[in-house]
Structures are given as C-alpha cells and as structure tokens.
Design a protein around this ligand. Structure first.
Ligand code: HEC
Ligand SMILES: [Cu+2]
Length: 316
C-alpha cells in the first residue's frame, strides 16, 4: 500500500489541529483511566481472592476514607471541566464566522450538492476555495436533512430543509480534499460527495472568472425581482423598499423587532404573514413552492447588495 492506513485525515484547516488536540486529550484520559481501572480490578481480584472454602471476610472491613473519596471526586471533576471549557471554546469559535469571510452558498438535494459563488459561478459536487481565506458556507436543503462534512477541515454541519445553517473554515494548505454528506438521506446517500479544491488565491481568482455568464448572484436576484413581480410592490411604496434593509433592525406589527438576516428574508418571502412589517398591510402573497432554494439565495443576495453597496437600482 502506498499509504499506511490513515488514522487521521490530513489537517487542512486552522481548526483541524485544535480539534485534534482536544481529541488526543480525550483519548489519553480515557485510555489512562481504562487501563488503571482494569489493572486494579485484576490486582484486587488476585490479592483478595478467597483462599479457603470456609474463609470469612473480616468484620468492619468497609470503612470510609474521606481523603480518598475527595480525591476521586475532585480529579474527575477537574478533568471533565477541562473537557467542557476546551470543547465549548472550540464550539464557539466554530459557530462564529469572521466578518471578512467569503460567502458561498450550498443547496443539498437528493443526491447532489449545488454550490454557488456570489459572482454567479456554480458548481456541482465540487467546491473551489482560496487557501488562507476564511470561507463561510450558507447552506439549505431542498428535501430531507443532509450534512456537509469536510473531514480534512474537521468541519461538519447539518443542512436542513426550510432553514439556513452555516459553517466556516480557513484552509491552510492547497490540495484536493473529500467532502461527504454525513447524514443518511436515502438510496443515493453514498453518492452525495465531492472534492474541495483549495487553490492559491491567484489561481482561485482565475478559476472564479472563468466561464461565468457575467451575471452575479445579485444580478440574477434582480432579474427574479422583476420576474416574480416583487417590484410592483417593493418598487412602488406598497411594500417596504429593500435599500439598506439587510442587517437592519425591523419593527414588526406586534412591535417586536427582528434583525433582517438571511433567515428573516427567507421567511418574509416564503411565509409573508409570519412576521408583518409595522405600518404595512399583510398583502404580500406567499412564494412558497414557486421559488426554488437557489432562487431564494439569489433574491437574498440581491437584497444584500442593495444594503452593502448602496447600489440603487429598481427600488426607490
Ligand atoms: C402584492 C405586493 C407584494 C409583492 C408582489 C411582494 N411583496 Fe414583499 N412585502 C409586501 C408588503 C406589503 C410587505 C410588508 C408587510 C409584510 O411584512 O408582509 C412585504 C415584506 C417583504 C419583506 C420584508 C421586508 C422588510 O422590510 O422587513 C421582504 C424581504 C419581501 N417582502 C420580499 C419580497 C420578494 C422577494 C418578493 C418577490 C418574490 C415580494 N416581496 C413580493 C408586499 C409585496
Ligand atoms: Cu445527503
């Protein structure tokens, strides 16, 4: 065999060594105590074996030993606390993508992965990313629960229907790494896999510009904004304007406030009556079943582009 059986996948991201160190610690603690306990069991079994048929145990043999009890309570407590805080620290880091992360969109469906870059470049069962740059995946499923997992990056996250989940990573070496669907999702589950291609930033730029139609995700979203007639309300004052909406705090008719993030925009489009914007009548029709997950992401990219770039087209 060219490679010995690989016990661990290569460490391809900034998180990988951190996750591995925690894993080594958990393994070391478990192995140490399992060995200790097994050895003691054997030792005591031999030492205190019954030596003759009518040997009776001595009276008062069970006496308590306070120092010993404190010791075997405190040591495990400290070890478990270390595991908890160490794990929680990694979890929190893992849950918060850095602000400057490049966003890429992922739609899982039975049985393939659809990926789209903000400039409109699409791929299937492949993900091209630059090395050394944080990448944030915004993911959803068109049918059942999937899970986007990159073992070399030590990252996995469920991909759920009707909801956005995110995961992020920063690749530390160029190369080709496997990704998998990690949640059994039917007959073709084992086919739901592909490769992450980690490239030098200049190669990535070249790749990203190659073979795109010229329409970014936001452009495609703008087209849908016309095609689905959003403009007839949102471009006329019958509905709220989209300029500056993304990331804004919106007041609802019940006087509660929400931040206009991806999840809120998605819900506003699919279930308009769930959260009504204060001061507007609930006249927006639902677009559930008419707009695909890919199109939803494009519409959201369009709304985002109006907020972040002050690009003022279509809406007053
Ligand atoms: C018939 C008019 C109408 C159409 C068509 C319409 N909307 Fe709306 N939309 C509204 C109104 C009115 C509101 C505010 C009341 C509410 O929240 O339902 C709204 C709210 C929203 C919000 C929340 C905005 C905010 O400021 O919080 C989003 C996002 C949205 N619409 C997206 C869309 C998209 C995308 C389309 C096209 C696919 C669309 N709408 C089509 C009337 C419409
Ligand atoms: Cu799957």
């Amino acid at each position: 065999m060219p490679h010995a059986f690989p016990l661990f996948p290569v460490q391809g991201s900034t998180a990988a060594p951190q996750v591995d160190h925690l894993f080594y610690f958990l393994t070391a603690v478990s192995v140490f105590f399992s060995t200790l306990i097994f050895l003691l069991i054997f030792y005591f079994a031999v030492k205190y074996r019954r030596r003759s048929k009518d040997e009776a145990p001595p009276k008062n043999q069970v006496i308590n030993n306070i120092p010993l009890e404190v010791l075997w309570t405190v040591i495990p407590m400290v070890l478990v606390a270390i595991m908890y805080f160490w794990g929680a620290d990694l979890f929190v880091k893992d849950a918060r993508p850095p602000r400057d992360a490049t966003e890429i969109f992922v739609v899982g469906k039975q049985w393939m992965w659809h990926l789209e870059h903000t400039n409109g470049k699409r791929e299937i069962n492949a993900l091209h990313i630059p090395v050394g740059q944080p990448i944030k995946l915004t993911m959803t499923s068109q049918d059942v629960i999937h899970d986007f997992s990159v073992p070399a990056f030590r990252m996995k996250e469920d991909v759920l229907p009707d909801r956005y989940t995110t995961e992020w990573f920063k690749a530390t070496r160029t190369g080709k790494f496997r990704f998998f669907c990690d949640q059994y999702c039917g007959m073709g589950h084992s086919l739901m896999r592909g490769w992450v291609y980690v490239m030098k930033p200049e190669d990535y730029e070249k790749w990203l510009q190659g073979g795109v139609s010229g329409a970014t995700m936001a452009d495609q979203g703008e087209e849908l904004y016309h095609k689905f007639g959003c403009i007839t309300c949102h471009g006329t004052g019958k509905g709220p304007a989209f300029v500056g909406l993304y990331g804004k705090t919106v007041t609802l008719s019940n006087k509660q406030t929400v931040v206009a993030n991806d999840a809120y925009l998605r819900e506003s489009i699919l279930y308009p009556t769930a959260q009504i914007v204060n001061g507007y009548p609930p006249i927006m029709p639902t677009f559930k079943g008419q707009i695909s997950e890919d199109q939803l992401l494009q519409l959201i990219a369009y709304i985002k582009s109006l907020g972040s770039m002050e690009r003022n087209t279509g809406t007053p």
